[in-house]
Write a protein that binds this ligand. Structure first.
Ligand SMILES: CC(C)(COP(=O)(O)OP(=O)(O)OC[C@H]1O[C@@H](n2cnc3c(N)ncnc32)[C@H](O)[C@@H]1OP(=O)(O)O)[C@@H](O)C(=O)NCCC(=O)NCCS
Length: 149
């Protein structure tokens, strides 16, 4: 099905309850708006970067840095007062990097109890040492991770 078809954008009756983990909830404020009155995309990107770091932080066990935003799709506008839920799962653990998928769902005033996916993104974080150089992900952390089926 095309990703932008109306069926793909239909509200969901519930938030995910599978392998995806809730890593952040936040309500955007009027100060976060763009000239259209919707929420500024840069604000959403900053929240996604923060949310995306949560699962890698468990594995990296020390300093890390965002090295790449591999993909970022604004599927629907975000509005003031939306209750945003950020879900994440790890898609890859490399030698020094971890890649996650972050999906953002909005519960709106006008449709409480229904959730619209507003954003999805893939980001990569790198474990770094004190000098800021890449360092290996600890073996025991890697062993804890189960790749998605
Ligand atoms: C993160 C940083 C230390 C990586 O250094 P680097 O010399 O590029 O390191 P490498 O080429 O050895 O790559 C390290 C890992 O990052 C991955 N990586 C590098 N560039 C990437 C890219 N464009 N997309 C996805 N992954 C990338 C590599 O595949 C490698 O992962 P692996 O070891 O799991 O295979 C360096 O790029 C840096 O300091 N960037 C700035 C980070 C920053 O300021 N972020 C914003 C604020 S947190």
């Amino acid at each position: 099905m095309p990703p932008n078809s109306s069926a793909a954008n239909a509200p969901l009756p519930a938030l995910p309850s599978d392998h995806r983990e809730l890593v952040l909830k936040v309500i955007p404020m009027p100060a976060d708006c763009n000239a259209n009155g919707d929420i500024f995309g840069g604000w959403v990107m900053a929240q996604v970067d923060l949310a995306g770091a949560v699962l890698p932080a468990r594995y990296v066990r020390g300093r890390m840095a965002t090295v790449a935003v591999n993909q970022f799709v604004f599927k629907q506008p975000v509005r003031v007062g939306d209750i945003l839920s950020f879900y994440s799962h790890v898609t890859r653990i490399g030698r020094t990097s971890i890649t996650v998928m972050v999906e953002v769902f909005a519960e709106r005033f006008s449709a409480q109890g229904q959730y619209v996916k507003v954003t999805e993104a893939s980001l990569t974080y790198v474990a770094i040492d004190r000098e800021g150089r890449p360092r290996p992900i600890p073996d025991e952390a890697r062993a804890e991770w189960k790749a998605p089926d």
